[in-house]
Ligand binder design. Sequence first.
Ligand code: AMP
Length: 219
Amino acid sequence: MILVLLGPPGVGKGTQGGRIAVHYAIPTISTGAIFRAAVAKGDELGRVIQRYKIEQGEYVPDDVVIAAVKARTTEPDCEKGFLLDGFPRTIPQADALNDLLTEQNRKLTGALLFEAPIADIVRRFSGRRVCPLDGSTYHIETQPPLIAGRCDLCQSVLIRRPDDEPEIVQRRLELYNEKTAPLIAYYRERGLLTTVNANLEPETVFSHVITALNSLTRQ
Ligand code: AMP
């Protein structure tokens, strides 16, 4: 299965993606997570990414993002398939994904769109916390860690991502509407779009996701 997760920032793609990945035993490729890890490591990609203001939500140029995804999809754990979270984010990235899959003799299974009202998304951002060490995501109301303020996996102190600050969230939503939302029509026109209501309990959303994916993979 090769799946694109679509939807505005903060809608819960990361959380649902994590569950889908476990359920189907395939890796999640999150371009945002790849970039944050590269910056933290200070490797070659990290030095490139540092030129762009990802902490302020600005998009990294398409060619940089596409090269990173290309490299990641050729790793052995992607043989059975993978989930794409945060990629593609622009039409040229979606075209590049098509070319990449054609080169690899593979096909996109579908694009799963997570939908939620804007007010709900803003509320999600304000409660979102992440582990700076392993990247796992929590929400103080809907998905609290076992011990308040601590990562379940490594006990690190949870933080708010710098780009989750309200004024940066505003900019990220603007960029999403301008550059990424057109991908909804892009995948709908190609008969690849499936929509899921993300404005429910994570458990319920996940069961709807599995139903949707079962019918997608049966097609
Ligand atoms: P995310 O974790 O998906 O919200 O990504 C964090 C940040 O990384 C984004 O706000 C962008 O600055 C950058 N980024 C991640 N994926 C992409 C992409 N596909 N295209 C351009 N920029 C990206």
